[in-house]
Design a protein. Sequence first.
Length: 267
Amino acid sequence: MQLPIHIIDAFTTEQFKGNQAAVVPLEAWLPTATLQAIATENNLSETAFLVWSNERNAYEIRWFSPLQEIDFCGHATLASAFVLFGATPGLQHITFWAAAVGKLTASQEDGGRIRMVFPRRDAQPLDAVPAALREGLTPAPQAYLVNQQAYVAVYASQAQVRAVKPDLARLQTLGPLDVVVTAPADAGAPYDFVSRYFWPANGGEEDPVTGSIHAALAPYWAAQLGRNSLVAHQASRRSGTLFCEVKPSSVEVAGHCVRYLSGSITI
């Protein structure tokens, strides 16, 4: 069986930056074990699989890291929209459906930027901080929060976020939750806040760009900074830029993509 595959650099305008995602459109769902085997073979932070559903009038989407299926992935959704928009000139809007988050929409904007609408997933203050979280991050943050995806460690400065040294063995014990560290950007920076994302329990060491967690980070920083339109920078080795708009019940996350590969796989 031959299957199309696309590898896309998401949340960047430069090849070899942002976060890589493989996108595999399907005619019908393959067994979960096969999907996982493909994602493991790809060895990218996520592989997205798409099947059109007449019943939902949407593309059903599933995301797999090299280790397991993931509930919600922003950069692979962005990459999937990029592939679908590229395959259908004139297409402006796409609806995805995922079991854990329901409907997600993507719209093509001028200049090639794609805007997605995610449900808000606000983080709440964490009163009882797990020992593995306290011991797993050096230096220590000034506050801890949590949402359904990850623990959020808040730092005072961009430099502190860049300097964080995670103890991945300790953080792995926090699964199924991941860990994101974040801080306000330096004065004069072309973005408003920064983050890094560690997910040893679910996908790997450090994720290059994590669109989904901005459904929590953008509302937090909107409240802290007093504005709803924000630019985010993920300060990983590859780095990435996310344009966020906070709404009462949703977060719009926009970004660019660059194609790296289009081809086929044989299974």
